[in-house]
Ligand binder design. Structure first.
Ligand code: ADP
Ligand code: MG
Length: 342
């Protein structure tokens, strides 16, 4: 009989990385979410070779105290929750304290950060899971994370990376979905030094419509209905595409719960039902929707990658979504005139 032993931390982190870091876009998601949690107003993403060679995310957020740098890359270390109560009502995108150590365990990793009160920036590097001592560096207030040679030490994963264009496409899609939910933040995305996306920050309704158009194409807003409805402690707002804006693929469907993009069967079902009699078979609605509710009523700690949620009162949420969308779409049913959003 073999004896039981604790695994070395590098291996623990690599196992955790296996759950969350599937491809370059997963790294971008974790890093950009950290920037947003840090209050960034501007997030710059630089990619080389579809993310296989380099992923760099720079923000102007609050930064990390030099003494905390080693903790930032330690698993189960986080500044975002401290107790079970906090977990029950988490308001940040992150809370597991696992992303940075996971990413650092499967790449050549460097993080540089400076806080508003700090007189210098500090840099910490990790090579294949082994951290080196922090060193002083040059950087304005904020944080930059550089992830090079993703999966260089996990050949099985590296082999499954797709063509540069495909991986970059996933990254672009991810930035789009985050940019829809965080209109007040500026996003820049470049591949191999070429700027490909610049999303200027939006403030106020007209500006937000412009941001939605920048992300989804100029005519999306014109071909959709504005929804904003609150009741029973829930609020649903956003844009639902008119039947004429339906698509042959389900590629313009963004549903955010408390600012987090989720894929949820209950939500999908409510939406499908609301559109059932206004869309032809095989057509898919386009929509950008934001559901807001008390964080205590939704469990985001369902899956390590956090794209699933569980609603405490799932029936209530389903019916609220269905009724709100059904009502919004009622004008588009046969025989009635269609009014587009202004
Ligand atoms: P989590 O986001 O779940 O807390 P991470 O491993 O992603 O875990 O990050 C660990 C900690 O490092 C965060 O809790 C936060 O305090 C700090 N951190 C990470 N990225 C940034 C950033 N861009 N700006 C400021 N602090 C950051
Ligand atoms: Mg995080």
């Amino acid at each position: 009989m073999r004896r039981i032993h604790a695994l070395p931390p590098e291996l623990v982190n690599q196992i955790a990385a296996g759950e969350v870091i599937e491809r370059p876009a997963s790294v971008v998601k974790e890093l950009v979410e950290n920037s947003i949690d840090a209050g960034a107003r501007r997030v710059e993403v630089d990619i080389e070779d579809g993310g296989a060679r380099l992923i760099r995310v720079r923000d102007d957020g609050g930064g990390i105290e030099p003494d905390d740098l080693p903790l930032a890359i330690t698993s189960h270390a986080t500044s975002k929750i401290a107790s079970f109560d906090d977990l029950e009502r988490v308001g940040t995108l992150g809370f597991r304290g696992e992303a940075l150590p996971s990413i650092a365990s499967v790449s050549r990793f460097a993080l540089m950060s400076r806080t508003a009160g700090g007189d210098a920036a500090w840099r910490i590097e990790v090579d294949g899971g082994r951290p080196l001592l922090p060193k002083p560096a040059q950087h304005p207030v904020g944080t930059v994370v550089e992830v090079r040679d993703l999966f260089y030490n996990v050949p099985a994963r590296r082999k499954f990376l797709r063509a540069e264009r495909t991986e970059f496409g996933y990254i672009d899609e991810l930035i789009k979905s985050i940019a829809l939910a965080r209109a007040e933040v500026e996003f820049r995305l470049a591949n191999n030094g070429k700027p490909l996306r610049l999303l200027r920050p939006a403030h106020g309704e007209a500006d937000i419509q412009r941001r939605i158009g920048d992300v989804l194409g100029g005519d999306f807003v014109e071909r959709s209905l504005r929804v904003d409805h609150a009741g029973a402690g829930l609020r649903l707002h956003g844009w639902v595409g008119l039947p004429t804006a339906s698509r042959s693929q389900a590629d313009q469907q963004y549903f955010h719960v408390n600012g987090r993009l989720v894929r949820d069967r209950l939500v999908a079902h409510a939406v499908r039902q609301a559109y059932a009699d206004v869309l032809f078979h095989g057509r898919h609605p386009a929509f950008v929707l934001f559901l807001e509710l008390d964080p205590a009523l939704v469990d985001v700690n369902v899956h390590p990658a956090k794209h699933e949620v569980r609603f405490r009162e799932s029936r209530l949420v389903h019916d609220f979504l269905y009724r709100t969308l059904d009502e919004a779409l009622s004008g588009t049913r046969a025989g009635s005139a269609v009014a587009a959003a202004p």
